[in-house]
Design a protein around this ligand. Structure first.
Ligand code: GLC
Length: 559
């Protein structure tokens, strides 16, 4: 076993049978079983919004996924029948990936604090790929947590918390107190023999884009750390409580909004260049929702905490209703929009946002399967961006922003439209690509975001972990396995690229970095979750029944 550990770079992970097709049934059964236990021991995560409104006392972070005990899972997977068929034989890529991930670790004054974005010595242009990006570190962090190495994650959470406390300015404009950096860099001063930190809050980033997702990922990671280690002292510390409140104060502040969704500028998330995602992009809305739910489970019930808890509860009600109703599209809904009347005044309007049916793009009529559906990219007055965005939809499943029926429909869509959304390499970041005049107008003629490249219909292997998590949560691990098989055909041979190009994702991206850390970590997390689905609990939240789904049901929702 030690030999295997050495080769794979795994620590503390016991040898166990890998999951095969035959085990899928057991798996989905296992995933359902704890729901029964739930009645007896409801955890804080699952406490409904109304419970919070009634202001009960705080209990440790825990949820059904953790009750999906490792013991129970292992005992099934390790039964003589299953282990006889599937001896644990790690793929050679796993060891290679661990080596590469460890090489990317960044030390600050001797302590690991994160991983750099890419370790690509061949590339002439380093740009900011030698920095620790908050969003890029998430899959690295999960890999370390799953492997029983939480220290680097704790250090990262504390380091970024310190950075949040810095005064941030762009030109003469002072940024909000709670803003978390997009990335930070550790540089070594050889004369003074000391390490220095610099952080980018958008003031150095190309296009001066705001990293709205960073704070949300920070909260989500804090919960993952707490769940994985069982150590709630970090989350309960005054520093972390304050950090959370500062992030929340930014996104819960009142303004001129008429919607509960969060208004953002272009380039505010993983898609950090102009790509027409300004407004209310689904990626941010899903992360916002998830971060609110995670914060709800970690905020202390002191005077300040209580105030935020009350605000979160209200916002979650409105946000879930809004997104589930207005961002959702399936065959039925598309047909309804196609037949919309326009110029409807007053509260009786059916076409609330005055969407003009002529603005529905042609591609969606063929793309929409009879079975399946998804959350569209953006909704605002007279504007529906019908593009598919993978991250937002996967996070919607993980956070239970999607109702169970909607989650099933999203997975159906992925299966029905495999060629378009996964192709030969998982996973397309957005679909379809913007071309010609539309590309010129929407991207501002961005040469990096040409059609089927980079953010514009490109394929990002990092998304594999989110996809795998969504597959496990919806009881379809066999689809994740299919995607992982595809990745294993090429990822290592191609040098772990940042992204692929082309309609089927067959070509290594035009300007893709090699040894991109989140491509490596994403693969490891996907593998580890499939081997031990109880890891899912770190990044998944159970449905909250108090958030009622909209009454209107479409055809695709009937299972
Ligand atoms: C690119 C990506 C962004 C990522 C960064 C570092 O800017 O668009 O999502 O965080 O590279 O990998």
């Amino acid at each position: 076993m030690d030999g295997v550990r050495e080769r794979t770079g795994l620590r503390k992970v016991e040898s166990r049978a890998s999951i095969t097709e035959a085990d899928d049934l057991d798996l989905s059964r296992l995933l359902q079983r704890p729901r029964l236990k739930l009645e007896r021991k409801r955890s804080f995560d699952e406490r409904s919004l109304s419970d919070h409104a009634a202001a009960g006392s705080l209990r440790p972070v825990d949820s059904y996924e953790s009750m999906l005990s490792l013991g129970a899972m292992r005992s099934v997977l390790d039964t003589p029948t299953s282990s006889a068929h599937n001896s644990f034989e790690p793929h050679p890529m796993v060891a290679e990936a661990w080596d590469a991930l460890r090489r990317s670790i960044v030390l600050f004054r001797g302590h690991p604090v994160g991983t750099i974005a890419a370790y690509d010595h061949a590339s002439e242009e380093v740009l900011n790929y030698d920095q620790v990006f908050v969003r890029d570190f998430v899959p690295s962090a999960l890999a370390f947590l799953m492997n029983g190495e939480p220290d680097i994650v704790k250090n990262f959470l504390l380091k970024t918390l310190q950075l949040q406390g810095w005064e941030k300015k762009i030109d003469r404009f002072k940024l909000g107190e709670g803003v978390m950096p997009a990335s930070f860099k550790v540089s070594h001063d050889p004369i003074r023999k000391t390490d220095n930190l610099t952080a980018d809050f958008g003031e150095s980033a190309i296009g001066r884009v705001a990293p709205v997702d960073s704070g949300f990922w920070w909260i989500i990671l804090l919960r993952a750390y707490t769940k994985s280690t069982g150590d709630s002292t970090l989350a309960e510390s005054p520093e972390c409580q304050r950090g959370m409140r500062l992030i929340l104060a930014l996104c819960l502040s009142e303004g001129f909004d008429t919607f509960p969704t969060l208004l953002c500028a272009d380039g505010c998330s993983m898609i950090d260049r102009r790509m027409g995602i300004y407004g209310y992009p689904i990626e941010i809305q899903a992360l916002f929702f998830m971060a609110l739910r995670c914060a709800l489970s970690m905020l202390r019930q002191d005077a300040e905490g209580k105030e935020f808890i009350a605000r979160i509860v209200k916002r979650l009600h409105a946000l879930s209703y809004h997104i589930r109703s207005y961002f959702w599209i399936d065959f039925q809904q598309l047909n309804d929009i196609y037949r919309y009347k326009t110029e409807e005044y007053s509260h009786t309007a059916v076409n609330k946002f005055n969407v003009i049916p002529d603005s529905i793009p042609d591609w969606i009529f063929d793309f929409m399967p009879a079975r399946g559906g998804y959350f569209i990219g953006n909704v605002s007055p007279a504007r529906m961006d019908f593009r598919w965005f993978a991250l937002g939809n996967c996070v919607a499943i993980l956070s239970s922003l999607a109702t169970p029926e909607q989650s099933v429909a999203i997975m159906d869509l992925l299966e029905e439209r495999w060629d378009q959304l996964l192709g030969e390499m998982p996973l397309k970041i957005a679909y379809p690509a913007l071309e010609s005049r539309e590309w010129q107008i929407v991207t501002g003629c961005d040469p990096k975001n040409t059609r089927w490249s980079y953010h514009n219909g490109g394929t990002w292997p990092v998304l594999l972990w989110l996809f795998t998590a969504a597959c496990i949560k919806t009881g379809r691990p066999q689809i994740a396995r299919r995607a992982i098989d595809l990745a294993e055909n090429r990822l290592s041979k191609d040098g772990w690229p940042e992204y692929y190009d082309g309609k089927l994702g067959r070509y290594i991206g035009k300007q893709a970095r090699k040894f991109q850390t989140w491509s490596i970590a994403g693969y490891l997390v996907a593998k580890m979750m499939l081997e031990d689905p109880s890891h899912l609990g770190m990044i998944s939240l159970e449905e909250d029944k108090a958030m009622k789904p909209p009454i209107k049901r479409s055809a695709s929702w009937t299972i």
